[in-house]
Ligand binder design. Structure first.
Ligand code: GLN
Length: 256
């Protein structure tokens, strides 16, 4: 990396969509760019902002929320922002959508109260909450990412925490983001976790996911730089002592 690089991260609805520490994902994206001398701009995108802002972003992030906030945000996304977002993702701009945000990317999300929220239809999935009395899917999660994104010569695991009532079903399970090793993942039945489309990832992992899994953070950053600058990028290594030992502790706890 020789020239001067910069990235703009579009953070969707930070005021409404940010449960279980999802804000930590933005902090870690920014920090890992700073450590490499890459200028970072964070653009917060709220329901009051114009959709034009989306065209200026090189990477997108949206955290999770509960059904009430999701209903508000969903209305705004369906107006115009969703169209801009779809266009950007189809041009390979990377994105990370957590839990409630992930559910928006599918065909629809049926809330615990039975309200059917139309999704963007970008991911070939749908989500249904079986009702207010159904068990929520809560706990630590360990997943193994799909080979198509993480070409690896040794096993790679991502760790996180999930808390969702919605069950997500994939029309094609091969497009899952990962395989569940421990936890529930998309629906607690088929061992799939999340979804991947172009360079956009949807996942149920809160935690937040990125500080615990620096490989995933760097994957997103590398893709964002490669798409923006149309060249191969190799990011400077960073010592990840704390995140690696935190991950090892979780893996050991569940004998993985
Ligand atoms: N409301 C959604 C569900 O419970 C999303 C929850 C979340 O983002 N943590 O399925």
């Amino acid at each position: 990396m020789k020239r001067f690089y910069s990235l703009t991260i579009g953070w969707f609805y930070p005021d409404l969509m940010s449960t279980y520490g999802d804000r930590g994902n933005i902090i870690v994206l920014q920090k890992r760019l700073q450590l490499r001398g890459i200028k970072t701009t964070i653009k917060k995108i709220s329901i009051y902002d114009s959709s034009e802002i989306i065209k200026k972003c090189d990477l997108f992030f949206m955290g999770g929320a509960q059904d009430r906030q999701q209903e508000i945000v969903n209305r705004d996304l369906l107006k115009q922002k969703g169209k801009f977002l779809i266009k950007a993702i189809e041009k390979d701009i990377p994105a990370l959508f957590i839990c409630g945000a992930y559910q928006f990317m599918g065909r629809y999300y049926k809330t615990a109260e039975g309200v059917k929220l139309q999704g963007l239809g970008l991911f070939d999935i749908y989500t249904e909450n079986p009702g207010t009395y159904a068990k929520r899917l809560i706990g630590d999660v360990i997943i193994e990412p799909n080979d198509s994104i993480f070409k690896k010569n040794k096993p790679v695991f991502f760790v996180g925490f999930e808390n969702h009532g919605g069950r997500t079903y994939l029309f094609d399970q091969k497009r899952a983001f990962a395989k569940v090793i421990k936890g529930y993942g998309n629906n607690g039945i088929d061992k799939t976790e999340g979804f991947i489309y172009h360079n956009a990832i949807g996942t149920y992992l809160h935690g937040p996911i990125l500080p615990k899994n620096p490989e995933l953070t760097d994957w997103l950053l590398q893709k964002a730089l490669e798409i923006k600058y149309k060249e191969q990028i190799s990011l400077k290594k960073i010592t990840d002592f704390f995140s690696e030992s935190a991950k090892k502790t979780i893996l050991r706890r569940f004998s993985v």
